[in-house]
Design a protein. Structure first.
Length: 258
């Protein structure tokens, strides 16, 4: 069986503003996690490790909140301390190398004003070419050593164009997740993306279901059988079955379509 997990990033920093205003930041479209968000993410990794799902691939959106989530999840999967423990060195003798990670541009946030209220050209009028994300080299530096698999190239060569529609984003997210799973069909995979990506996976597998909410660090779980053929060398995959249940345990809330 192949297991596929799709996770929303942890709590992002703008949620800490209790004054009713907007968090002051130079990059409001690419916010980092709060400490709570980092801890949420680390706990997800520890739980998945404790449940013995043997996740060997972690794939993430290039937005900072998703890369930071991945770093904490990988730490949990590899039984490393959270970055909140103040250990920035990452134990080189750990088993972190078991998990391989890379950034997939196709898992990015929905690129419109419904999801990103302050895009770069509005956030900084004096510099309309401010990049959407940090450089890939900077993002990979945030992950534990030896986990970065830069030999795996993103299936999307650039971020989606600004102004994409929700249906376009849904097709992009669905295609990206499916291609990642097919590319490594013999491995268990965790994709870290945004709320719309998690919602879309549920909707894709259960078309008659409406997703009402996706909390921070929510995780979906789907599974499909693999069949060997051609003298046991090649794999043929079966149909996906969504194992996620609606409610606080998954962080995803859905019900029958009206």
């Amino acid at each position: 069986m192949q297991n596929l997990f799709v996770m929303r990033h942890g709590e992002q920093q703008d949620e800490t503003d209790t004054t009713g205003g907007t968090t002051i930041t130079a990059r409001p479209w690419d916010l980092p996690l709060t400490d709570r968000g980092k801890l949420q993410s680390w706990r997800v990794g520890r739980r998945l490790r404790a449940e013995d799902w043997n996740i060997t691939r972690v794939v993430m959106s290039p937005f900072l909140r998703c890369v930071q989530t991945a770093a904490e999840v990988i730490a949990g999967l590899c039984m490393l301390p959270s970055s909140l423990d103040g250990d920035d060195s990452w134990n080189e003798s750990s088993n972190a190398y078991i998990v391989k990670a890379w950034i997939e541009l196709g898992l990015a946030e929905v690129m419109n004003r419904e999801s990103i209220l302050q895009p770069p050209q509005v956030a900084d009028k004096n510099s309309p070419t401010v990049p959407w994300t940090l450089e890939l080299s900077e993002l990979y530096d945030l992950l534990p050593p030896r986990t970065c698999d830069t030999s795996v190239q993103s299936m999307w060569q650039k971020l989606p164009s600004w102004g994409e529609s929700i249906p376009e984003a849904h097709r992009r997210l669905t295609t990206s997740v499916q291609r990642v799973a097919d590319r490594f069909s013999s491995e268990n995979i965790l994709c870290i993306t945004h709320g719309e990506g998690v919602k879309q996976l549920v909707s894709m597998m259960w078309p008659r279901v409406v997703v009402y909410g996706v909390t921070y660090s929510a995780v979906t779980h789907a599974q499909r059988p693999n069949y060997k053929y051609g003298h046991g060398v090649e794999l043929m995959t079966g149909d996906w079955e969504l194992l996620t249940e609606s409610g606080p345990s998954s962080g995803i809330f859905f019900g029958p379509s009206p």
